[in-house]
Design a protein around this ligand. Sequence first.
Ligand SMILES: [Zn+2]
Length: 278
Amino acid sequence: MLDLSKNVKDSSFENEAEPLKEINLSKEELIEISRGFYKWLGDKELYEYANEMLDSKDHLQFKNTKYRINDFGEISGITYSDALFHEVYIGMNREYTLFDAQALNHEVMHSIDFKMNQKLPSNSYYGFHEVPTYTIDYLFFDYLEKMGYDLTEVNKLKFKKIEYIKGLASYSLLKLQLSSFNKFDFKDFSNERLKQGMNSFVRKNLLEVYSELLANILYKQIKDNKKYGIDNLKRFIYTNLPINEMPDFSFINMSKQDLLNVSQNIGSEFLNSKVSKK
Ligand SMILES: [Zn+2]
């Protein structure tokens, strides 16, 4: 996990994303964009669950306030699953850009994930809940492009996403290093200091970077062969990863080497975009 994150991280810390153009999409418009996306995706089961969420207006709360700020910038949406009554709620803050469409669509995927298989933290390896949503984010960019949305804005969304993940990787690794006064090297995984530094916060973030890599591979599988890829996405959703074992993703045809390759790709993707900017 550390190796993967090291490949992803961006050590410059100096990237500034261009702000998105302001557009005012109404709640109804945002709902219809997301509905259109899940229809376009072409899987009946996912589409039905998406509709179930998008049609239950009282479970869909939009606030017209700016973001609440967390360590990495912002929280734009949150999905809450009531395990007892099996109900799902979405809360959204809007920023009045195209990002709102991505944020709602992302949260709808969380709701689909919850509805398809409630993965309770007590019986499932926790921390991979962003895999289906990140996969969907990438497909959503393709959808926006196909629907003729402003390409510059769609590219800004993509950039924002990659930058977020790189920031997460960089920040967590830095925090890990600082926690041990820079006294361990990342090659020695058995290091006591490393274990001490790996608190739940760092672990959560590194798992999110890991999830991004898995999502990247799933996205590519779907691009190459839609049916096969979407079946793997659903297999991932329906599978409870054993809580006390090192997660193994061979059941959706992903090897350690695949993950390593993708992490290197993301690492260089950013370098390339930086060079071309100048
Ligand atoms: Zn999420």
